[in-house]
Design a protein around this ligand. Structure first.
Ligand code: ACO
Length: 392
């Protein structure tokens, strides 16, 4: 029998190839989004398609939500493959190899499997020995992930982070429930975050966090991560977790599907998003006029319409993809960001304001100083947001 201890010490250390800095060597020059990518399923489902089997109409859906169509996953297009396809595009455009990634974070509430984390599956498929974990903050997940990743890079815990927002909402939506089936879609988008400039203690004195809208280091300027505990029961999947494991009874009762009090979510979301954005701008010493682009969670165009006058940002400086993809949960903000970045909307130094809300209720805002030199990232132009390639 092999001696386990001898066997262990004879093998290379996992992660030995990484460019990881130590916690004592925090990055001092800010954090760059070095590349971004996206993937959506092939199947386009219009409101008219839904109206063939649901008691609904294109007029009702467009008027109440602004959604015209969404992408729904087919075989081989679940959260893992979508996340991997988006991650591959982001890495390619950042000119970063999987072995250079220190940490993979996947924001999702519809993981590929209960175990292991979807982030671990993504890392394994890419051939990365990076640390990997999932983050569930529902539709606010990407903002929570961005704030977490920036903090970890800023502290030198990781130098290169692959952050993915990915959800297959169709896996938890009752296709026969018109009150939810019309709202959601599936997709993924990813960013590669890289520490910029020399580590602190190596000559740099520039802080990662800055205040004001003037010149400053790229990356996270301010963030606000909060909750609305009174809304904890407004959006739930009742069964399938440890409190109520999946059984024939829970499936028969449709308890593995999302249940939502849409009206109350709507009311609370408008107030919470406006308040969170206000706190984030105040923390940064900025006003709405300083924001080059607002990227809100794409749940419902009416929620965004109600938020904009409250925060003083016009629709022309707001990214919108809800009409084409519906609510893709944790993928919604990075998809909208990727689309704006692909269109060349962002210039280095621009302030981008992201804000998400979701089940929990979780709310999160982040003000990010854009950095990437061109619309396509260092590795050339990207195509339009299109179907997923590759599978687990
Ligand atoms: N087609 C036609 N009629 C419908 C549909 C539909 N798809 N869905 C509901 N209705 C009916 C209702 O039954 C109701 O009929 P009634 O008056 O006879 O009872 C009527 O339309 C009005 O229903 P409301 O729920 O009051 O409609 P509302 O104007 O509030 O719009 C909506 C509903 C679109 C869900 C809205 O409340 C909303 O967008 N809420 C926010 C939801 C949200 O953002 N959720 C995601 C959060 S992020 C996350 O973590 C997943």
């Amino acid at each position: 029998m092999t001696d386990l201890v001898t066997d262990l010490v004879d093998r290379p250390t996992v992660g030995a190839t990484h460019g990881r800095t130590t916690a004592a060597a925090a990055v001092g020059g800010g954090v760059l989004i070095a590349g971004w990518g996206h993937a959506v399923p092939e199947r386009r489902v219009t409101n008219h398609d839904l109206a063939r089997h649901l008691d609904t109409s294109d007029d009702w859906i467009v008027e109440r939500t602004g959604i015209h169509e969404r992408r729904l996953a087919g075989p081989g297009e679940s959260t893992g493959p979508l996340a991997i396809a988006a991650a591959r595009m982001a890495l390619d455009r950042a000119a970063v190899t999987p072995t250079e990634v220190d940490l993979v974070i996947v924001a999702t509430s519809t993981p590929e499997r209960p175990l292991p984390a979807t982030a671990a599956l993504v890392a394994a498929e890419l051939g990365a020995t990076a640390g990997a974990f999932d983050l569930n903050a529902a539709c606010a997940g990407f903002v929570y992930g961005l704030a977490s990743a920036a903090a970890l890079v800023g502290q030198g815990v990781a130098r290169t982070v692959l952050l993915v927002g990915a959800d297959t909402m169709s896996s938890i939506i009752d296709p026969d429930d018109r009150s939810t089936a019309v709202l959601f879609g599936d997709g993924a988008a990813a960013c590669v975050l890289v520490g910029a400039g020399p580590p602190e203690g190596n000559g740099s004195t520039e802080p990662v966090r800055t205040t004001g809208a003037g010149a400053g280091a790229p990356g996270l300027v301010a963030a606000d991560l909060v909750g609305d505990p009174a809304g904890v029961d407004l959006l739930v999947v009742p069964a399938g977790g440890s409190g109520r494991p999946a059984s024939a009874e829970t499936v028969a009762g449709h308890e593995h599907f999302l249940r939502m009090d849409g009206r109350e979510v709507f009311r609370r979301a408008v107030r919470a998003v406006a308040a969170s954005v206000g706190r984030t701008l105040a923390q940064a010493g900025c006003t709405a006029d300083d924001v080059a682009l607002f990227v809100p969670h794409q749940a419902n165009a009416r929620i965004v319409d109600a938020v904009l006058p409250r925060i003083g940002i016009p629709a022309e400086r707001t990214s919108s993809t809800v009409h084409r993809f519906g609510n893709t949960s944790a993928a919604s903000i990075p998809l909208a960001l990727a689309e704006a970045a692909d269109a060349g909307t962002l210039e280095p130094g621009d302030l981008v304001l992201l804000c998400g809300f979701g089940a929990g209720l979780t709310v999160g805002s982040a003000l990010w100083r854009w950095n990437t030199p061109g619309p396509a990232g260092p590795n050339g132009p990207a195509g339009p947001i299109g179907p997923v390639e590759g599978a687990l």
